[in-house]
Ligand binder design. Structure first.
Ligand code: SF4
Length: 194
């Protein structure tokens, strides 16, 4: 944005993308997918001490239709993964995703048959937060990273990205196989499911 002081009336010049991105980045509405202990730190992130209202994201929403930022906090079982993906699909575009903590990002200490080894096997994660558990400050930092991404988005590029590149990116993610070698979760299949 720029203002011109040479005019007595004064005026402002900008681009639609800049205004839309400014508004979006300062009003991200998280959907808290709290699955285990990391969720406690996520609650602190919205509480008075850390006060995420400073970033416009204090309005946590439990309906996918009213949220645009999914925060996966905790380990994800295979059974739960399908539900999380369904909720994600019900969120309107544009939307973003944070994998909070070692478990959501990689499965963490839960190297077992029942836990998905990272929620990026079935979700397009934008920011990963290391730690067990990460501090609320780390979640605020991740939120600021998402805000930075949003401010640098361009509507035309975004249409191209979601329209063409996303399935290829999903296909490049590692598959999760059962001990028998069958696909348990195929990121590409999940992306295309109706
Ligand atoms: S990363 Fe640590 S605190 Fe977070 S869900 Fe896993 S075990 Fe719990």
């Amino acid at each position: 944005m720029a203002s011109d002081s040479s005019s007595s009336e004064g005026f402002l010049t900008t681009r639609v993308d800049t205004v839309v991105n400014w508004a979006r980045s300062n009003s991200l509405m998280p959907l808290p997918m709290g699955l285990s202990c990391c969720a406690i730190e996520m609650m602190a992130f919205a509480a008075p001490k850390y006060d995420v209202a400073r970033f416009g994201s204090e309005a946590m929403r439990f309906s996918p239709r009213q949220a645009d930022l999914m925060i996966v906090a905790g380990w994800v079982s295979y059974k739960m993964a399908h539900t999380i993906r369904r909720v994600w699909d019900q969120m309107a575009d544009p939307k973003w995703c944070i994998a909070m903590g070692a478990c959501a990002s990689t499965g963490g200490m839960h190297r077992c048959y029942g836990v998905v080894q990272g929620c990026d096997n079935f979700l397009p994660v934008d920011v990963y937060i290391p730690g067990c558990p990460p501090r609320p400050e780390a979640l605020i930092h991740a939120l600021m990273d998402i805000q930075e991404n949003v401010r640098n988005e361009y509507s035309v590029a975004q249409d191209g990205h979601f329209g063409k590149e996303m399935p290829a990116a999903a296909a490049a993610r590692p598959r999760v196989l059962s001990s028998g070698g069958a696909d348990v979760i195929s990121p590409e299949g999940l992306y295309h499911q109706q």
